[in-house]
Design a binder for this molecule. Structure first.
Ligand code: CTP
Ligand code: MG
Length: 238
């Protein structure tokens, strides 16, 4: 019988949540009875294919995060590690905390608490079949490119546009190599790293592997600003 694949998830909760403008960081705010980050942790706990979960939080929140994991009896959370100043640095810390035996890793924003079992399944399947995939939904709005004076230059064909979500799922060795190459590039060329907002872009630029889209969900919103929390609360009841 073929050996079972080892699948891990990294849940990212080390951001400062500046656009939320709240006293408490958004990943710890209450969402229908549980902290926002708990919903993602529970979703991975519940998925039979996922073996290990690594939670990444700010250094100052490690203890608080551990208390949440203990109170929810999360048996798959193997480690809670401190993140970095930028998202990709938090991801790298999470990747380094994974077991070397990991075959595939799902990287997920704790700020997306409405993740479903179906999305997790789609991402695992995509990673196994294509080595690199991201959950995404078709763009619903009309998107225009605008010049610096505020005039429309181009209306981009909507059928070719996808809105990228998380999880983003990868062959573990591939994503490690991508991050290692990125680290070397940063050390040598000091590029502007502020635009690296997802992991797929690192694989696209640092390896020859192409990234494929798998079905996300319009409900899988990211909590960024206060109104998103209102929407998430409502969506949880649907
Ligand atoms: N994140 C992280 N480490 C960082 C930055 C972000 O782990 N240095 C995580 C956040 O906690 C969040 C996810 O990445 O779950 C997506 O980031 P975003 O929505 O931008 O959250 P914040 O960076 O916290 O918010 P803001 O950009 O408004 O400050
Ligand atoms: Mg951010």
């Amino acid at each position: 019988m073929a050996e079972r694949l080892k699948i891990a998830a990294i849940v990212l909760a080390a951001g400062s949540g500046s656009r939320m403008n709240s006293q408490e960081k958004k990943q710890f705010m209450d969402l229908n009875g549980l902290p926002v980050l708990a919903w993602s942790l529970l979703a991975f706990e519940e998925n039979p294919a996922v073996d290990d979960v690594i939670l990444v939080t700010g250094e100052e929140d490690l203890e608080k995060a551990l208390k949440i994991c203990l109170s929810l009896k999360l048996s798959k959370v193997k480690n809670i590690v401190a993140g970095g100043d930028l998202r990709f640095r938090s991801v790298y810390n999470g990747l380094l905390a994974l077991s070397p035996e990991t075959d595939y890793v799902l990287i997920h924003d704790a700020a997306r608490p409405l993740i479903t079992q179906e999305i997790i399944r789609n991402c695992i399947k995509g990673a196994v079949m294509k080595r690199a995939c991201v959950a995404a939904v078709k763009e619903k709005n009309t998107i225009k490119k605008v010049d610096e004076k505020g005039y429309a230059i181009e209306t981009i064909d909507r059928s070719s546009l996808y809105e990228i979500q998380t999880p983003q799922a990868f062959d573990y060795k591939l994503i490690l190599r991508a991050y290692y190459n990125l680290k070397k590039t940063i050390e040598e060329y000091h590029p502007d790293v502020s635009k690296i907002t997802d992991d797929a872009v690192i694989v696209e630029n640092m390896t020859d592997c192409r990234v494929s889209m798998v079905e996300g969900d319009y409900k899988n919103i990211k909590i960024t600003t206060p109104e998103d929390l209102v929407i998430a609360r409502a969506l949880m009841h649907t």
